[in-house]
Ligand binder design. Sequence first.
Ligand code: PEP
Length: 248
Amino acid sequence: MRKPIIAGNWKMYKTNTEARALVNGLKEKTMPAAVEVVLCPPFTALTTVAELLQGTAIGLGAQDLFWEDEGAYTGEVSPLMLKELGCSYVIIGHSERRQYFGETDETVNKKVKAALRHGLKPIICVGESLQQREAGETNAFVAGQVEKALDGLAPESIPQVVIAYEPIWAIGTGRSSSGSDANEVIGLVRQTIAKKFGSSLAEQVRIQYGGSVKPGNIKEFMDQPEIDGALVGGASLKAEDFYGIISY
Ligand code: PEP
C-alpha cells in the first residue's frame, strides 16, 4: 500500500515572519495519520520552518536544487546544504522552472540523480500545456518527460521517487483537471515507470495530482485508484485551506 503524500509548494511566497505564522497555524491542528504531509517553503524560510517542525510529523522539502555538491555556482543551492537543513524532499522540474528558468528534461534528470545521491526524495513535476492537451499529445508528452527524468536511475532508488502530474493549464488557474482525467494520465505515468523498471517497483511509486487543488475538490482526486496525493500551490498558503486539504 502506498501512503498518500500531500505537499505544499509555497513558491515565492512567505517571508520568515509569515512562514512562522503559517506553520504555527498548522501546528494547532491535528495532523491526519494516514497522509504524509510535507511543506516546501522558499530556501530563505527552510531553517525557520525546520525548527518549527521539529517533533511534528510534518516533513520538509525544498523547491529546487543544483546538481553539484559545491562549487562556483553563484546563487545555487546544493543537495548537501538542503540535507543539512533537515529537508527530506525536493521539488524538481516544476513547470514554472521549466518555463521561466530554462529547466529541461536533461537538467531535471541531473537534479533527480543529485537528490537521490544525497538521500533527498525528488518530487518530479511533469505535465502538458493546454495546446498539447488539445492536440491529443498529452500521453506521449508526459510519458517522454517521465522517461527522461528517470533515465539512468538505479532500480533500488525508484521507490524513493515521487511524481507530480501537474497539467500546466491547471496550475494557479482555478481550472483543475477532472479526477478521472488525472487518474488516466497518472495510470499512464505508472505504466511508463513499469516499462522501464518493472511493475513491482512502479507500484511503489507515489504519483500526485497538482493543479488548483482546494478543500472542495481534493476528495475527487484522492478517491481515484492511481492518485496518491497532491502537490498544492495557492491553497497551501493559508493554514485553514491547507488543513482542509490534508484532512480531506
Ligand atoms: C503548484 O504550484 O505546483 C500548483 C499546483 O499550484 P496551484 O495549486 O496553485 O495550482
